[in-house]
Design a binder for this molecule. Structure first.
Ligand code: CA
Length: 266
């Protein structure tokens, strides 16, 4: 039962329990970060869920890759901890599905921070994990204190990476985690693709993105020739965002699009 107890020192673990709870009482953490645990070993899963909950996170539990995938698309966790030996398919397969997703068909976030937690301990196993796109790799048996440190580091990095945090451009507000867009505080309903296109443009609002860049980033490699699809989505997005005379999604003839003209910023 090595998996049921942390091997790290107890004192830092208790300190970690107390800190976030005090923060929560002070109103600093209104909605705890959702962390998905994809792990078929019940004792390990429960152990992780209990400790992450005690540390102020909201754990989501999945026993298989399929369950994990469903929770990723329905609950949009901020981070996933994935075991590799899962009953329905290998955790590496799930990792690839996430990284290859276009955010629409599979409704997954390809930027989701993923930590692999596995008994596969060789250098080659770890290299394989990173090649498939994991952000971190921790070998079992593990220290919970170390796992928590890695989780914190991953969340911190994700929140400071362009495209993952809340963005405000003039009267437009975009919340990638909640998948919400507001203009002057009023929510605007967008399709998944429209949202993905807006998110791509909003990372650098005055930069002109070429059609090829946007098609690759938003639709994936397979639809490189479908420029009319891009143009029709861009046109719909522009109309939806055109509230109160706002001019978002600027067509730069012959090249592509940018979110705003330099002169439109407030
Ligand atoms: Ca397993």
């Amino acid at each position: 039962m090595w998996e049921s107890f942390p091997t790290g020192p107890l004192k830092p673990m208790l300190q970690g329990v107390i800190g976030p709870r005090l923060a929560a009482l002070g109103g600093m953490r209104p909605s705890p970060p959702l962390i998905l645990i994809v792990e078929d070993h019940a004792v390990t899963r429960r152990f992780l869920a209990d400790n992450l909950a005690a540390d102020g996170y909201e754990p989501l539990e999945a026993q298989s890759a399929g369950d994990g995938r469903r929770l990723m698309s329905s609950r949009a966790p901020e981070l996933a901890i994935i075991d590799l030996g899962l009953p329905d398919r290998d955790g590496l397969e799930l990792l690839r599905e996430v990284r290859d997703d276009d955010e629409v068909a599979g409704r997954l976030d390809p930027r989701l921070p993923i930590l692999i937690l596995s008994g596969r301990a060789t250098e080659l196993d770890r290299i394989r994990g990173f090649e498939r796109g994991c952000d971190d790799y921790l070998v079992k048996p593990f220290s919970y204190a170390e796992l928590r440190g890695r989780v914190r580091a991953l969340l911190r990095r994700a929140r400071t990476t362009p495209g993952s945090g809340r963005l405000r451009i003039g009267s437009l507000e975009l919340d990638p985690l909640a998948r919400e867009v507001r203009i002057d505080g009023e929510q605007v309903a967008l399709s998944k693709k429209e949202f993905a296109l807006l998110r791509a443009l909003a990372v650098q609002p005055t930069r002109v993105f070429t059609r090829e860049e946007l098609l690759r980033g938003v639709w994936g490699y397979q639809s490189l020739c479908a420029t009319r699809t891009l143009d029709s989505h861009a046109s719909r997005l522009r109309k939806k965002l055109n509230v109160g005379g706002n001019a978002f999604v600027v067509n730069v003839w012959g090249i592509g699009y940018r979110l705003i003209d330099g002169s439109v910023t407030e």
